[in-house]
Each structure stands twice: as C-alpha cells, then as structure tokens.
Design a protein around this ligand. Structure first.
Ligand code: ADP
Ligand code: MG
Length: 239
C-alpha cells in the first residue's frame, strides 16, 4: 500500500520548472531512495512532500488523505517527521537536552527518561549525552537530528541527504541505523547523493533528471540501468 502518493506534481519557480509531472509512490514499510544529478529537482520534490512549498500542479496523499494544501506542522501531526539537509540542533544545549525537547510533547516522567536513553543508545550517542551538541562531529549532529525526528515516533521518516559531510564510517553507521529502524517497521524516504549508501539501504529507487522521473524500480534494476549510469552514476556530482 502507498503511504505517500505524489500525483502529477509540478513546481515552477518563475520560468524554471524544477519538478515536472512527477508521480511517486512510497510504500508502507520500505526504504525508498530518491536520487539524481545535482539540480534534478530532488530537494524541491522533498519540500513539496513535506509541505514547505505548495505545488504549482498536482496532488499529494499521505495515508490516503489529500495533504496537498496542508501546512508542514499538520503533516507532522499526521505522522511525517522531517530532517532537512542542514543540521539544526540546539548547539548550545547538551545532547541529551536536545532529545528531551523533541520528546517533550509526547512523553513525561520515567517514560520520557527511558525513551531518551533508548534514542541516545540507538544513535551511538550514549557516551555524549552531557556534551554540548555543538561540540559533536558534523556526522554526530546529523544523527542527533535524526534522533529528534524519531522522537516524534513518525510513521514516515523523510531525510534529505542525511550523510552530507559524513566520513565513510559515519555514512555506513547511518545506513545501519536506517536499516534497523526499517526492520522495526519505519517507512523511510531518503534523498541521497552517495551511491554506496543507496546500495546499502535502498529497496526501491526513483531517479529524477531535469525535474522528471527518469527511471524507477528496485535497487538491482536501477544499478544495472545503463541510461541511469550515463546521467548519474558515471558523472561526478559534487554539490
Ligand atoms: P537537487 O536537490 O536535485 O540538486 P533542487 O531541487 O535543489 O535540485 O533544484 C532543482 C532546480 O530548481 C535547480 O535548477 C534549482 O536552481 C532550482 N531551484 C530550486 N529551488 C529554487 C527556488 N527556491 N527558487 C528558484 N529556483 C529554485
Ligand atoms: Mg538537493
């Protein structure tokens, strides 16, 4: 069943069509990767799904409900949790406090403390709870922000380039984290550049190119698609 359905969605910025007639279904229980060369429209599509932009055309459904015109917070209330490209933790506060703030609306007392511990352990941050968040490595800050997104207990986790700025070791650990969340039933949509990471986590892949869906399928079929290699895998894609 499709948890998210993007139907014929377009987004124009003045004369530029960043996303053009895109259909996309994210199935409940899968890890779905959205890939494509720089400028393909990935982040724009991501922002359309989370509600940061209204589409110029088309509709978006979440759990069979039309959310096309819903504000981001209303989408979060329905079970979406979002991690944008740049980490935005509270740098001056301790790591643990960051997680606590994210949990505050949902849990209190011993339940909150237990969940705080569970998340810190899950994020490999159990030893760093008292550190200032700003003192963590860039990769650890990304994990902390993923943890804050998880604190909302979402049905769908949306990540825009979660491994940006990470070492290859941190990237691998992030992949394992996503896989363990998925094994517990979390649906994940990830925008990603790093192909090693996509190989590690993806079950299905959608390739965007020039704002349109260029290819889609399971990981194996995308990895063996020569047209995809031409536009994406073969090129360097610094951003
Ligand atoms: P990707 O994330 O795949 O690199 P983006 O979605 O960021 O691609 O960008 C797609 C295209 O839309 C690019 O040509 C980009 O310059 C343009 N674009 C993105 N956001 C805006 C915006 N807010 N205003 C104008 N143009 C934008
Ligand atoms: Mg982007």
């Amino acid at each position: 069943m499709a948890l998210v359905e993007v139907k014929d969605v377009s987004k124009r910025f003045g004369g530029l069509t960043a996303v053009s007639g895109v259909d996309l279904a994210v199935h409940a229980g899968e890890v779905h990767c959205l890939i494509g060369p720089n400028g393909a429209g990935k982040s724009t599509l991501f922002k359309l799904i989370v509600g940061l932009y209204p589409p110029t055309h088309g509709s978006i459904l979440f759990d069979a409900v039309d959310i096309t015109n819903k504000r981001p917070y209303a989408r979060v209330q329905r079970g979406m949790s979002i991690k944008m490209q740049a980490p935005s933790v509270f740098k001056e506060l301790p790591v643990r406090q960051n997680v606590r703030i994210a949990l505050q609306g949902r849990l209190t007392g011993p339940e909150r403390i237990a969940e705080e511990e569970r998340l810190l352990t899950l994020l490999n941050l159990a030893a760093d709870g008292e550190k200032r968040a700003g003192a963590l490595s860039h990769g650890q800050q990304q994990w902390l922000e993923i943890g804050m997104a998880l604190a909302l207990k979402p049905q769908l986790l949306l990540l825009d380039e979660p491994t940006a700025g990470m070492s290859s070791d941190e990237t691998f650990k992030t992949g394992e984290l996503i896989k363990s969340l998925n094994a517990e039933g979390m649906t994940v949509l990830v925008v990603e550049h790093d192909m090693a990471f996509v190989r590690q986590v993806a079950q299905r892949v959608t390739v965007l190119h020039l704002g349109k869906v260029f290819a889609r399928g399971n990981l194996e079929s995308i990895l063996h698609d020569e047209k995809v290699a031409e536009i994406y895998l073969g090129k360097s894609h610094a951003h």
